[in-house]
Design a protein around this ligand. Structure first.
Ligand code: ATP
Length: 137
């Protein structure tokens, strides 16, 4: 079994799509190990998106992710990292995400793409420590 960090970004919370995201996670057979709604501060945003520091959209991405509450969840199951990325769809909600995925069904713009899921075991480990430091291994 594997764990991944899932976020419903401020656009998803604002639009009332938290239930839809959780529902799809549960229907796939993945389990919720922890979950809470939180306001992300600038420091956490910078750490979470450190790999994008210096890119043209970095500042705008930080503003967006700190603009309203985010649902943060630890999602668990066999191949949970890939399984959630399949549910989410590709980063660009129109060109990459397939219809039937969360982004394919509910998003239009790359920045406002509804959800985040860790992209590798290394990212998952780093992100889970950052967002859920007290979680048991
Ligand atoms: P996430 O890490 O949120 O799951 P991802 O792994 O699919 O997304 P990344 O390439 O890591 O995509 O980009 C992280 C986030 O930065 C994207 O989800 C999106 O919100 C934002 N982003 C990426 N590329 C752009 C861009 N060209 N313009 C604006 N925002 C972008």
């Amino acid at each position: 079994s594997e764990r991944t960090l899932v976020l419903v970004k401020p656009d998803g919370v604002e639009r009332g799509l938290v239930g839809e995201v959780i529902s799809r996670i549960e229907r796939k057979g993945l389990k919720l190990a922890a979950m809470d709604l939180r306001q992300v501060d600038r420091k956490l945003a910078e750490q979470h998106y450190a790999e994008h520091d210096g890119k043209p959209f970095f500042e705008s991405l930080l503003e967006f992710i700190t603009s309203g509450p985010v649902l943060a969840a630890v999602v668990e199951g066999p191949r949970a990292i890939s399984a959630f990325r399949q549910i989410a769809g590709g980063t660009d909600p129109v060109d990459k995400a397939e219809a039937g995925s969360l982004r394919g069904d509910y998003a239009l713009e790359v920045q406002y793409n509804l959800v985040h899921g860790s992209d590798s075991p290394e990212s998952a480990e780093r992100e889970l420590k950052l967002w859920f430091p007290d979680l048991q291994a």
